[in-house]
Design a binder for this molecule. Structure first.
Ligand SMILES: [Zn+2]
Ligand SMILES: [Zn+2]
Length: 104
């Protein structure tokens, strides 16, 4: 099932709630991947499309292309995971250990 955590940049105090696993996050009905956007400098979970034949993706390697940014629609995105720096200021990002939130 899908799980989100609260991440906070220790330098600029940006906060986001994402899975941050670095892999496709599986909910009961949805598949998501955490992306950092170079355009709007946000970190956000984006929905992963179905494969053409209606199969769900199983690993990131199967993903033909990343989804666009869920905030601004830009395709200037990369996978963001726990431990990666803040996309806005490159500062260190901390995960709140008490913030696990199941979204699905
Ligand atoms: Zn920052
Ligand atoms: Zn964006």
């Amino acid at each position: 099932m899908g799980c989100r955590h609260t991440f906070t940049c220790t330098d600029c105090s940006l906060t986001w709630k994402v899975s941050g696993s670095g892999e496709i996050d599986y909910g009961k009905f949805a598949r998501r991947i955490t992306l950092a956007c170079a355009s709007c400098l946000r970190v956000k979970d984006a929905a992963v499309d179905l494969l053409p034949q209606g199969m769900y993706l199983t690993t990131l390697v199967d993903l033909p292309r990343l989804p666009v940014c869920a905030v601004c629609g830009s395709d200037q995105v990369r996978v963001w995971k726990d431990g990666d720096p803040c996309p806005s200021c490159s500062g260190p990002v901390l995960r709140d250990p008490n913030s696990a939130f199941r979204w699905d």
